[in-house]
Design a binder for this molecule. Structure first.
Ligand code: NAP
Length: 274
């Protein structure tokens, strides 16, 4: 029986147990997926015990970087992003992966949103945007503009990360005035439940992009995505990225491939829980 779970500081009403239950059922695997809240001052003492007793776990805010020193090996894209969200435990060896990266990449594939050689823009400079920006660079986007409310305040390590990805920082005014291209990504919390009226950018600017992805998964269709869809853009909800990153974690834990078509089925099941 697989012993799996999610560690974070505050986990609230996470959808992850429902998503992982669906995946385990689908694969006929018996297993549990537990929510494990760990206060910041207990992380160092709890991690060795989790590694001893579990088969794998997901990691969320604020531990995606803090867990790295406990692991034997970090997968290459995760090293370049500087954060992990999945730990695989086999015997005494532990490996860290960033399946947000795969969740975003395979959402682009599922929704037929090619970025190779294309102009893209990503709003938000938090942890989630790093996986998105690294993925856009690896997929060959020709131009990656990262939009911040305060580009002048970007930390040197963040600027180094952007330059390694060939990305540049711009303001929201620049996005509104000049933004256009194949893909616009919302990697800010603007528009998330319960503040669903929020939208990070104007409808006019959104309409200058071919496709839009929102990382927010609650609500499934944010105001940003509804505006994009009504303007004729292809639009993908963060619920797909959430489900696909969970499937990618399970692929590492179960050591088997899962069909991408499964994502649609699981999205339909879990969206009822929002
Ligand atoms: P975060 O660190 O809280 O915020 C990301 C960035 O958004 C901030 O660094 C900030 O950048 C900007 N921002 C913050 N509040 C804003 C506001 N009110 N208006 C406009 N911009 C604002 O969040 P995160 O952890 O990176 O996650 C971002 C979003 O992605 C969240 O909604 C999260 O739930 C979602 N997410 C989804 C998945 C998935 O699988 N679907 C995975 C991870 C995260 P500046 O200060 O530079 O403007």
């Amino acid at each position: 029986m697989m012993k799996l779970g999610l560690i974070g500081e505050v986990l609230g009403h996470s959808l992850s147990p429902d998503i992982h239950r669906e995946i385990l059922n689908y694969t006929g695997t018996s297993g549990t997926y537990e929510l494990i809240e760990i206060p910041k001052d207990q992380l160092t003492s709890r991690i060795p015990e989790l590694i001893r007793t579990m088969d794998g776990f997901n990691v969320t805010i604020p531990y995606k970087v803090d867990v790295i020193p406990f692991l034997s090996r970090i997968d290459e894209p995760a090293q370049r992003i500087g954060a992990i969200n999945t730990v695989v435990i086999r015997d005494d060896r532990t490996a860290g992966y960033n399946t947000d990266y795969e969740g975003f990449r395979d959402t682009l594939r599922l929704f037929d949103m090619p970025v190779k050689g294309k102009k893209t823009a990503v709003m938000g400079t938090g942890g989630a945007s790093r996986a998105v920006i690294r993925c856009l660079a690896d997929e060959g986007a020709s131009d990656i503009r990262v939009v911040s409310r305060h580009p002048e305040k970007a930390a040197p390590d963040y600027q180094a990360f952007l330059s390694a990805c060939g990305a540049s920082l711009i303001t929201y005014d620049q996005l509104e005035n000049e933004g256009e291209g194949a893909l616009l990504v919302n990697a800010t919390p603007c528009g998330m439940f319960p503040h669903t009226e929020g939208m990070p950018v104007s409808a006019e600017t959104i309409s200058r992009f071919t496709s839009a992805v929102d990382l927010i998964y609650n609500p499934k269709e944010t105001r940003f995505l509804k505006t994009a869809r009504e303007a004729g853009c292809r639009a993908a909800s963060g619920l797909y990225m959430l489900v696909i990153q969970a499937m990618a974690s399970e692929e590492y834990w179960l050591d088997r491939e899962l069909p991408i078509e499964m994502a649609q089925d699981i999205v339909e099941k879990v969206e009822k829980k929002l």
